[in-house]
Design a binder for this molecule. Structure first.
Ligand SMILES: *Cc1c(COP(=O)(O)O)cnc(C)c1O
Length: 454
């Protein structure tokens, strides 16, 4: 009988995180001070992050030991299963072999606890009492709330007001894990008060919520800040996914030709793909790693590679990345986790060097793909995840046209149980296509006034 699932034991949870920077032919360029535009060192991050995470942010060694307590917490849901998508293959009538690695089995329903647990651990080790963060759709806020509860740290989440009102269940999840959740902009910070004075009815934005969370951490000695994507250490923590997947593919007696993952800031893409890219860099394998982004926020496929701010206001260091400009406001698509103007530094450099690829999909194509997947395989994917499924279906159809049976690995990074409103919109035909015109992209890029990379 054929196996659908490829499972690992708890002993097979990775013991180290993989730091791809060690193997990159071109290392990432340094961050620049927002005022002087001079390179800054890691000490600039000290008010916001614990020392161990700052060290990891600038680490160049290839492997970093995962602390025993972190591995022990990972056992609550790791190793995660890999499935062979027999039903989807049948539905698509494709000669392609399709696999998916499922991170939706984590307590908060996505890959995000892989880094939340690690970050909460190092904060507790260094005596931090409270962690602040921002959340848009709520995936990151819930992962961090769970992780802080696990390690006995207070968690304070600034949730974009419009999401706070539209997604009450995400908020209740965070409350259940003991977090305080505020609808941002709030009256608790200078940044929030300033916005409210100008616009009392402001729906909030991720940029505003970041400003509030950072301000709280910067002005209180017992409080630090945590970010759920983009930064080097966050991407590295996620490599437990791909390391497991490499072993699972071996057990299945296969090697993927294509690895595909959705792309917001780059953490789940990095998590699944970096351990496969290691095989390309070390052993000369030729695995295509494809990042799937929304056509309405196409920083990888239509943005530029240059220095830009990580936030909307322009407070963070300048980072070398693919960007649409920090003032770019993406359309309100349902894949909230992919509505970010820039890409993580490491992933950006890899794309620049053509070691990875990127494609963009409209949200209607993504929901078509997600519903097909749910009807074939049972799992209802997160709207973000649907982007990777759309790419995989395109590739499987290409296999059919060409009569070639390639092996495709999809990163099923989260379930969509809190996103059923988006599916409802899709079924009622109210899902908008958000084609962005070349003029809009040019206008967004023309607004960037930060240093160009030669
Ligand atoms: C947060 C999130 C994303 C986007 O963030 P990345 O850092 O690019 O992974 C994608 N999918 C899901 C399910 C998420 O929760």
């Amino acid at each position: 009988m054929k196996n659908r699932k490829i499972l690992l034991t708890e002993k097979e949870i990775p013991e180290k995180w993989y730091n791809i920077i060690h193997d990159m032919p071109n290392k990432p360029l340094p961050p620049l001070h927002p005022g002087t535009k001079e390179p800054i060192g890691p000490e600039a991050l000290a008010p916001l992050f614990p020392m161990e995470l700052i060290k990891q942010e600038v680490a160049t060694e290839k492997w970093i030991e995962i602390p025993e307590e972190v591995r022990d917490a990972y056992k609550l849901w790791r190793p995660t299963p890999m499935f062979r998508a027999y039903e989807l293959e049948k539905m698509l009538d494709t000669p392609a072999k399709i696999y998916y690695k499922y991170e939706g089995v984590s307590p908060s329903g996505s890959h995000k606890p892989n880094t939340a647990i690690a970050q909460a651990y190092y904060n507790r080790q260094e005596g931090v009492k409270r962690i602040t963060t921002e959340t848009g759709a709520g995936q990151w806020g819930s992962a961090l709330s769970f992780a802080c509860q696990h390690f006995g740290i207070e968690c304070e989440v600034y949730m974009v007001k419009i999401s706070y009102n539209q997604k009450p269940y995400r908020k209740i999840m965070m409350n259940t894990w003991g977090a305080k959740v505020y609808a941002s902009p709030t009256n608790l910070t200078e940044a929030g008060r300033k916005i409210l004075a100008e616009a009392p009815d402001s729906p909030g934005s991720l940029g505003i919520a970041i400003s509030e969370a950072v301000e709280r951490a910067a002005t209180d000695d017992n409080t630090k800040y945590a970010l759920g994507s983009v930064l080097n250490h966050v991407l590295m923590h996620q490599t437990v996914i791909g390391q497991e997947a490499v072993i699972q593919m071996e057990k299945a007696g296969d090697l993927p030709d294509i690895v595909v993952a959705p792309f917001g800031g780059g953490s789940n893409f990095a998590g699944i793909s970096f351990p496969f890219l290691r095989l390309n860099l070390e052993e000369g394998k030729n695995i295509r790693c494809i990042a799937s982004e929304p056509a309405s926020c196409p920083k990888l496929t239509r943005g530029v590679f240059r220095y830009d701010f990580g936030d909307t206001v322009g407070m963070t260091p300048l980072l070398p990345m693919y960007t649409l400009g920090h003032t770019f406001v993406p359309a309100p698509i349902h894949a909230g986790g992919l509505r970010y103007h820039g890409a993580g530094v490491v992933v950006s450099q890899l794309l620049k060097d053509k070691l990875i690829e990127a494609v963009a999909h409209d949200q209607v194509e993504c929901f078509d793909a997600g519903v097909k997947f749910a009807r074939a395989e049972g799992i209802i994917p997160a709207p973000e995840t649907n982007h990777a499924i759309a790419t995989a279906i395109r590739e499987a159809e290409k296999c059919k046209e060409e009569g070639v049976g390639r092996t495709i690995l999809i990163h099923l990074c989260g379930h969509g149980h809190f996103d059923l409103g988006a599916y409802e919109n899709y079924f009622s035909g109210n899902l908008e296509k958000h084609e962005i015109t070349s003029e809009e992209i040019e206008a967004a890029l023309a607004r960037i006034d930060t240093p160009v990379i030669e």
